[in-house]
Write a protein that binds this ligand. Structure first.
Ligand SMILES: C[S@@+](CC[C@H](N)C(=O)[O-])C[C@H]1O[C@@H](n2cnc3c(N)ncnc32)[C@H](O)[C@@H]1O
Length: 218
């Protein structure tokens, strides 16, 4: 009996299908890297629900204003935690283009690492302390939108935010209104008047919380 007798053999059809799948994946990776793919599709397994453009612009405007207020230090640092849609909109701001703000995206979905390689940090809220040491206590503003409406998810995300933020970090949290009590107890947050909206309507009552007096939301 030869060594290879025990190894299951794939049929020619299966091999062809596998090869086609690999080629398609490779093509997607190259398109992401080259910037051809503007929008990454929502993956509902990862609880991905993208903001609509107006919501993204309003969150980015507030994030920039909050980052530049109160401190002369430049660049001011902004962290997006599980909120990858915002990166493209931050890139469009004058403050980003002129180096007044610096951005880091903490996100689980590695497709965003292909699209934004220099600003992406792989992040899993289930391991809240797995963060690069050089980024601890560095952020002036953090905008977070955790994947699940569950106490465990918010508690762990809040743990990461506390580690990443400076002592006076300003935090915007977009999540279901039902998380209000946790947001208040974990991060002393209040519900703002701003209601984030999504490109594909969500049935949930969605809110934006802040731990400071927001500057641009009426
Ligand atoms: C409710 S969506 C928020 C997206 C936001 N509305 C946007 O448009 O950018 C949740 C985000 O959490 C990310 N996510 C999924 N699993 C995660 C995990 N284990 N740890 C951290 N983030 C995760 C998803 O990829 C997604 O970007």
């Amino acid at each position: 009996m030869s060594d290879t007798d025990d190894i299951p053999q794939l049929s020619a059809d299966t091999l062809a299908a596998l090869s086609m799948f690999q080629a398609e994946q490779q093509e997607k990776i190259e398109q992401l890297q080259s910037g051809i793919i503007e929008k990454i599709d929502e993956d509902w397994q990862l609880s991905q629900f993208w903001y609509d453009d107006e919501t993204s612009r309003k969150l980015v405007a507030e994030g920039v204003a909050a980052a530049l207020e109160g401190s002369e230090a430049r660049p001011a640092r902004i962290g997006c935690v599980s909120s990858p849609t915002l990166v493209k909109f931050f890139h469009e701001t004058e403050e980003y283009k002129t180096g007044q703000i610096q951005l880091t995206l903490f996100e689980f979905d590695d497709r965003f690492g292909l699209k934004f390689p220099t600003e992406f940090v792989h992040y899993d809220y289930k391991h809240p302390t797995d963060l690069p040491a050089e980024l601890l206590a560095k952020f002036d503003v953090i905008i977070a939108d955790p994947p699940f409406l569950a106490a465990e998810c918010l508690i762990k995300t809040a743990h990461s935010i506390r580690l990443l933020g400076k002592s006076d970090v300003k935090v915007l949290l977009c999540t279901g209104a039902i998380m209000e009590d946790y947001a208040s107890r974990l991060m002393a947050m209040h519900r703002t008047s701003f209601e984030p909206r999504h490109a594909n309507n969500l049935a949930n009552d969605f809110s934006c919380f802040a731990n400071y007096q927001t500057l641009t939301f009426c």
